[in-house]
Unconditional design. Structure first.
Length: 188
């Protein structure tokens, strides 16, 4: 079974994180949610809009060989923490070195850029483009795949992004089943 690591820090964008977790799990992907607290196995993380998510592993205990993909949600506070966290940055580089899939949505493209793993072609939240400061921005696409790097624009594209990840990790049959079951006919 395919497995995805989703690290979260305070200030994450809830719609993105919850939508991605939900769609991926419906599609048959195991999702582990990691927190930044080195002193706890399980922790609660507060999102940008006051919603708290229970995580199930400390980022300090994550090994890249246990996952097929690392996926970052947006929200500026979350993004800056992920961009500065040594464990997250190390994992991003390991995933790239091992030709594993790396993904981000919204402002989190900045954390990919910081780790020097962002693809040539990418998308992100429009107001994050200047902060990401990387050529190849695609403003006209909800999801951009550049080799093993998958990016998406923001909260409104999270469901379709999750579907694309399901298609990549599990296959078209699961993608179609989740798309139909969730009435996501607007996802292409």
């Amino acid at each position: 079974m395919a497995s995805v690591l989703l690290p979260l820090a305070e200030g994450f964008e809830e719609v993105e994180a919850v939508s991605l977790i939900d769609v991926l799990r419906r599609g048959g992907v195991t999702v582990r949610v990691a927190h930044m607290n080195r002193d706890k196995d399980i922790d609660m993380v507060l999102g940008a809009n006051g919603i708290t998510i229970q995580t199930d592993i400390s980022i300090a205990n994550v090994r890249s060989e246990n996952f097929d993909m690392i996926l970052l949600a947006g929200g500026w506070d979350n993004t800056y923490t992920l961009a500065e966290n040594e464990d997250v940055q190390r994992l991003l580089k390991e995933f790239k070195e091992k030709d594993k899939i790396i993904g981000s949505i919204c402002a989190a493209a900045y954390a990919l850029k910081r780790a020097d793993v962002l693809g040539d072609d990418y998308t992100c939240y429009p107001s994050a483009v200047d902060e990401v400061n990387h050529k190849g921005y695609r403003h006209d696409q909800s999801v951009v795949t550049d080799g093993n790097v998958m990016t998406s624009r923001g909260p409104g594209t999270a469901l379709c992004f999750g579907l694309e990840i399901v298609k990549r990790l599990i296959g078209v049959e699961s993608y179609e089943a989740v798309k139909e079951g969730m009435l996501l006919e607007f996802c292409k």
